[in-house]
Design a protein around this ligand. Structure first.
Ligand SMILES: [Zn+2]
Ligand SMILES: [Zn+2]
Length: 287
């Protein structure tokens, strides 16, 4: 066994033990970058394993096609299996490298400098893709000012609105001017008595993109924070799968579907977290 393989096996053990914990994924990424710099054939062999584990299926297939010994039956078998994945998935489902707390803080500062306020019910709208960055800047339809961060998720209004800046959403101007909303007020959990909370959610909070009608979860008498798009793997990595399944919203069959969901797949989960007790909840739908 080569040193590379030994390192790979140690990292894989850590990855499996922590069910894809952020430190274990970052360590695999560091190793991947090291291996990518090396011309050593044994490094390349280990790199196929790293790609495969992190679901860079296309990269794994391409590399093994280059370096694999086709007279070896095991290699041929593996190439066959990887080819199917590579053709169907590409690198689409690759495990993303989790950001360190310092990187997250730097990003928050950057977005704040570009005018992104904090949204109680949607705390990281750059990560979820509710806003996108524009280097050149685009004009906000509502206030007319140039914004370098613009809204991309649904806004329900009669008029077509192309660009909204975060300030016009947070301040409620966009919802007032166009008599619009960011979330259907009927598609929310019951149990939130305070009408000001519903007003904040539907008129001053960026929404998200579901396959079907977006639905907002609530817990402890308040709406939850939308954290982003997830499948079972992302839920496990956060240690949130058991919590998400411990929910009277879902029957046995639906729980099984949540367990099998893949982020970006036919069955999509949307992850929420209670702002009061911290419990994770999901919504799910199909394409
Ligand atoms: Zn604006
Ligand atoms: Zn709660």
């Amino acid at each position: 066994m080569t040193e590379y393989q030994k390192t790979y096996i140690d990292l894989k053990k850590q990855f499996e033990k922590t069910e894809g914990g952020p430190d274990s994924i970052r360590a695999l990424y560091t190793f991947k970058e090291e291996l990518e710099q090396s011309e050593d054939r044994r490094a390349k062999e280990a790199l196929v394993d790293v790609y495969d584990l992190l679901d860079f299926k296309k990269d794994a297939y391409d590399l093994l096609s280059q370096i694999g010994d086709r007279s070896d039956r095991r290699t041929l078998k593996r190439l066959g299996a990887l080819k199917d994945y590579a053709e169907n998935w590409g690198n689409h489902y690759a495990v993303p490298r989790p950001k360190t707390p310092e990187e997250k803080q730097q990003e928050r500062e950057k977005w704040a400098a570009l005018g992104l306020p904090s949204f109680r019910y949607h705390p990281d709208p750059m990560k979820t893709g509710a806003f996108q960055e524009s280097k050149e800047g685009v004009p906000c339809d509502c206030c007319g000012k140039t914004t370098h961060v613009f809204y991309t998720a649904p806004f329900f209004s009669v008029e077509d609105v192309e660009y909204l800046c975060p300030a016009c959403i947070a301040g409620g101007e966009a919802a007032r001017k166009y008599d619009g909303s960011f979330q259907d007020d009927c598609s929310v959990d019951e149990g939130v008595e305070d009408p000001a909370k519903l007003d904040e959610l539907i008129h001053r909070t960026p929404g998200y993109c579901g396959w079907q009608q977006e639905y907002w979860r609530a817990h402890c008498g308040d709406f939850c924070a939308f954290l982003g798009y997830a499948g079972a793997r992302e839920l496990r990595a956060l240690g949130a799968l058991d919590e998400a399944l411990d929910d009277p919203m879902w029957d046995g069959e639906q729980k099984e579907m949540i367990r099998k969901s893949v982020n970006g797949g036919h069955l999509q989960c949307y992850l929420f977290q209670c702002l009061h007790c911290g419990k994770h909840l999901v919504w799910m739908d199909f394409d």
